[in-house]
Design a binder for this molecule. Structure first.
Ligand SMILES: Nc1ncnc2c1ncn2[C@@H]1O[C@H](COP(=O)(O)OP(=O)(O)OP(=O)(O)O)[C@@H](O)[C@H]1O
Length: 303
């Protein structure tokens, strides 16, 4: 079952068409990456899902109910983490979460248990540290705690890792990954390697349309090329290897000692390359296989 279905969505600002025809579904329990370069329309799409922007055409269904502009009925299923969440800096994390719980109408008997639970989820210490003393990464994790406070079915994170350092990013992504199977997550980002790290599925928006959609493992297996790189001890070995082997046509002599060979999807040339090296009695300095990344899939798709 799909948690979110977006059908033929269109949105223009003035004469500028941002979303030309956007269609995709987010299966329940998946960690779904929503990718695309800066300014492509990711935040616009998120705002549409939250019913904060009016579409020109198309519809969005969340848990079987249609999203209506200005009506937040479907928002009861959603927790939202903006790219830069704002807090009262003079409060502690617990005080801020207690306030948020009260404002959202949570029964007072549940507040302490829920606050403790989300602080544990995002690995923030339940101590007297004021939010003003938090690092960016800690603030982002507190933002996730706020978004998860009411145990939403769906968590939407808009570019949550863009401003974080590598350690802060890793901590955040690990927590996101831990939600897999329990909460449906839409993780919007222009950093494809972050998406590849935690998401099981992806939709990549480019030029107003979804250009890549599906399971990341299937996409990288089927749509992009694997390559091999062989580094030879010297140029003589490389020349001897070229005489020995019947390389695919797009093989490319990069340097005088390095060779990169691209494999076609469905092909498997690793064994042949090793056999040719053996026949020519060449021991290379390095033999390396490069698996296609999500970035390769994307670049292939927009070629
Ligand atoms: N209210 C608005 N009025 C006019 N133009 C807008 C409005 N909101 C967004 N835009 C434009 O729409 C385009 C898409 O913006 P959006 O914020 O959705 O992109 P994004 O993919 O989230 O980018 P980023 O990664 O930089 O956050 C941009 O060119 C932006 O300037």
């Amino acid at each position: 079952m799909d948690a979110i279905t977006i059908s033929h969505f269109q949105k223009s600002f003035g004469s500028k068409s941002i979303l030309k025809d956007v269609t995709f579904s987010v299966p329940q329990g998946s960690i779904f990456g929503f990718a695309g370069e800066n300014g492509v329309g990711k935040t616009t799409t998120m705002k549409m899902i939250l019913g904060l922007l009016k579409s020109d055409h198309g519809q969005i269904i969340i848990n079987g109910q249609q999203v209506r502009y200005g009506h937040s009925v479907t928002n009861r299923f959603i927790g939202y983490l903006p790219d830069v969440p704002a807090f009262y800096p003079y409060m502690t994390a617990r005080q801020y979460l207690q306030l948020t719980a009260a404002v959202s109408g949570m029964a007072s008997s549940q507040v302490d248990r829920q606050v403790t639970s989300v602080l544990k989820l995002v690995q923030l210490k339940d101590d007297r540290t004021k939010i003003s003393g938090y690092s960016r990464g800690m603030k982002q994790r507190l933002g996730m705690a706020v978004a998860m406070l009411n145990q939403p079915d769906i968590l939407i994170c808009d570019e949550p890792t863009s401003a974080l350092d590598p350690l802060g990013r890793k901590a955040f992504l690990d927590i996101l990954a831990s939600l897999s199977g329990k909460t449906t997550v839409i993780f919007s980002s222009h950093i494809l390697s972050d998406i590849e790290r935690v998401c099981d599925r992806v939709a990549i928006l480019h030029d107003g349309r979804i250009q890549v959609l599906g399971k990341i493992s299937t996409l990288t297996q089927n749509h992009a090329k694997r390559s091999f790189q062989i580094e030879f001890v010297d140029s003589t070995d490389l020349e001897r290897f070229l005489i020995q082997t019947d390389l695919p046509k797009e093989s490319d002599k990069q340097t005088r000692t390095m060779l990169t060979i691209q494999e076609q999807p469905g092909q498997s040339i690793g064994d042949d390359l090793l056999a040719d090296l053996s026949k020519a009695r060449i021991v290379p300095k390095r033999f390396q296989r490069f698996e296609p990344s999500l970035e390769d899939v994307f670049l292939e798709a927009i070629k």
